[in-house]
Structures are given as structure tokens and as C-alpha cells.
Design a protein around this ligand. Structure first.
Ligand SMILES: Nc1ncnc2c1ncn2[C@@H]1O[C@H](COP(=O)(O)OP(=O)(O)OP(=O)(O)O)[C@@H](O)[C@H]1O
Length: 336
């Protein structure tokens, strides 16, 4: 029987030059589902998937397990990784211009991906390339087949990257900040495209973004990452309606909300620590208005809660928690 689990990351760890940046990620991606990875810059969102796909530079040390359909791919020969990359799991990045070859016509680039992943040749490859260009919303495909990347807009280049990613008919598309470099209307179109393509093809999606609104549109589930760990994971409804980790709550409080009374935006104080200088205990504790003494000496495990979410926090917040009052009380406690 085919398992519903497509990709399983277990205790995935990454270090660069001996400095640990990823501290044991556990994540299961089921067939067809869309999972968001959120968190501030430097939390380890991209490194997680670059490590899983064997795309990190040689100086990186990767440990743990990455299973695709039950088959371990971490530490396997290049040929095994290459049979997974593009064909089973495809990845697109923020800046399409860095992934498209500027001196090759776009049709040729898509056709080459088809030759590589599906062994299509000649007219069959061209017909399929045109179909993919059409599928991602490029108009006038026959003429545009022979254009170079610089003759397309930024949004169209991102569409073309997606077309190339679809060439291998992947089971999972990892989209790493695919809309960050685009302006707002184009961003919305690319999000719609990702949603449509998933509905049409049934492929699973990992959507890496710092934009919580975009994540809620595209995904059913999200993982919030902080300093190389997942600190909260749950359904979009659970995380949006009732974030329990003070960091998740902080991310929400820092974004403008269109659906409710206009509230003051509260930025999270401080910055993400450098992986070399992680504090003792919970890595978020120095920035957390909810932190108590135990948070500064011990690190909470990521544990299941009654509502099914996973949470790594000794003192979770709830709807009614007023973080400003909590912070004031903690200061009072410390002084007394
Ligand atoms: N090639 C590299 N060499 C050394 N350190 C790296 C390398 N790539 C990433 N890192 C470090 O790993 C940590 C995680 O980086 P990562 O790019 O995964 O963060 P991110 O959450 O995806 O942030 P962003 O949104 O900025 O991409 C950071 O501290 C980063 O500096």
C-alpha cells in the first residue's frame, strides 16, 4: 500500500564550519498538502529544504534523515539525489533571474528540463513545453518560446520558473519566497497560480514565506521556525485564531490586519540571534515578554497539545493574554 507520507524529515541538522544552524527538524509532508514555513530571516527555512535536497555547499555538514516515499536520500549517491530533484521534488526561488540562463531561449530551457526529467525529445518536448507555458499563464506561447529571459517581466520569469519546475511532474514543489521580489498585484497572481496548479496536479507544496497572509491563502498547515527549530506547528486556523507560542503571536501582532479593528502594530523587540551566540534555554527567551526564569535555563521540547498542534513553550499565550501586562509583571517579579 502506498503511504500517504511523501517526505519525512527526521532530526535534520545542519552546521556550517562547525556552527549549528539547524537543530533537528521533524516534519512530515503528506501527499497533496500545502505547508507554510514562516519565521524571520535567518531562522533556517531555506536551509531546511536545501539540506533535504542536497543543495548546500560542501562546507555544510548535514545529519538526520530525509525519506521520500520511504526511501532514505540523505547521504545517498548523487545519482539517487538527481533522480529525486526536479522529478519528485522541485524547488523555486525568490529571484527567478538567478535560476534562468540569460543566454538561452526560454523554450530551450524548458525543453531541456523535459529531456532531463521525462526523456521527451523533438516535437513532443516542444509541444509539452508550450503546454506548460500556457498552464502557468504565459500568453502567445508560440512566439514567446523563442525569447530570452530578459524579454519577460519579473512576474513572467517567476511563471517560467514554475513551468520548468513542473517539467518533471514533481510530487512536491518547494517554493522559497516565490513572490518576495514581485510587486503586490503580481504577487497575488503568482499565489493564485500556485493554488490553481496544486488543485490541478495534486502536488504537495512547501511555501516558504515571511508573509503570513500569503501563507494562509496557500496552505492548510504551517510551521513557525525560530533559530533553527520549529517552535509551533498546526493548522492555519489554529495558528491564526489562537497562536500559542509568544513568537507566533509576535509575528501576528507585527502585521497589519484588514479584518478587524485597527490595532497598533507591535514589532517583536530585538533580532534573531546569530547561530554562534544562541542563548541558554529557549532561544526566543531574551525577546519574549512572556519568558520566566525556567525559559532561560531549559529548552522546551516540541510537544503535542490537546488541539493537535505542536508547541515548544513553557508559558504559552492565549487569546486573552495581554503581552504588555505580562511583561510588566515579569519585570516586577524580577525586581522584587
Ligand atoms: N552557505 C551558508 N554558509 C554559512 N551560513 C549559512 C549559509 N546559508 C545559510 N546560512 C546560515 O544559516 C542560517 C539559516 O539561514 P536560512 O537561509 O535558512 O534562513 P531563512 O529562514 O531561510 O531566512 P531568509 O528568509 O533570509 O532566507 C542563517 O544563520 C544563515 O546565515
Amino acid at each position: 500500500m502506498v503511504s500517504n507520507n511523501l517526505v519525512e524529515l527526521r532530526d535534520l541538522k545542519v552546521a556550517f564550519d562547525g556552527i549549528q544552524v539547524l537543530h533537528g527538524i521533524d516534519l512530515t509532508v503528506r501527499r497533496g498538502e500545502a505547508i507554510g514555513l514562516v519565521g524571520e530571516s535567518g531562522c533556517g527555512k531555506s536551509v531546511t529544504w536545501l539540506a533535504a535536497l542536497g543543495l548546500l555547499p560542501g562546507k555544510a555538514t548535514v545529519a538526520g534523515s530525509v525519506r521520500v516515499d520511504g526511501q532514505e536520500i540523505l547521504g545517498t549517491p548523487r545519482s539517487v539525489l538527481e533522480s529525486v530533484r526536479g522529478k519528485r521534488i522541485a524547488m523555486i526561488f525568490q529571484d527567478p533571474s538567478s535560476s534562468l540562463n540569460p543566454v538561452l531561449k526560454i523554450g530551450r530551457q524548458i525543453t531541456e528540463a523535459l529531456v532531463l526529467h521525462r526523456a521527451l525529445t523533438g516535437q513532443a518536448a516542444k509541444a509539452e513545453a508550450l503546454r506548460l507555458m500556457d498552464m502557468v499563464g504565459i500568453p502567445d506561447t508560440r512566439r514567446r518560446f523563442d525569447l530570452f529571459p530578459h524579454e519577460f517581466s519579473g512576474g513572467q520569469c517567476q511563471r517560467l520558473m514554475i513551468a520548468m519546475a513542473l517539467a518533471g511532474e514533481p510530487d512536491l514543489l518547494v517554493a522559497d519566497e516565490p513572490t518576495t521580489a514581485l510587486d503586490a498585484t503580481i504577487q497575488a497572481q503568482i499565489l493564485d497560480l500556485l493554488i490553481e496548479l496544486r488543485a490541478e496536479t495534486g502536488m504537495a507544496t512547501i511555501f516558504i514565506s515571511h508573509d503570513l497572509g500569503a501563507v494562509s491563502q496557500v496552505c492548510e498547515r504551517a510551521c513557525v521556525m525560530y533559530a533553527g527549530r520549529i517552535v509551533e506547528q498546526g493548522t492555519i486556523e489554529a495558528l491564526f485564531d489562537n497562536p500559542r507560542h509568544p513568537y507566533t503571536r509576535g509575528l501576528f501582532d507585527a502585521i497589519p490586519r484588514l479584518d478587524g479593528p485597527r490595532e497598533r502594530l507591535i514589532p517583536i523587540p530585538g533580532t534573531v540571534p546569530h547561530p554562534r551566540d544562541l542563548p541558554e534555554g529557549c532561544a526566543f527567551s531574551p525577546r519574549c515578554s512572556h519568558a520566566a526564569i525556567d525559559c532561560r535555563s531549559r529548552r522546551p521540547d516540541l510537544s503535542p497539545m490537546d488541539d493537535g498542534r505542536l508547541l515548544s513553550c513553557f508559558h504559552p499565550v492565549s487569546h486573552s493574554t495581554d503581552l504588555a501586562t505580562v511583561a510588566a509583571n515579569r519585570v516586577a517579579e524580577a525586581v522584587s
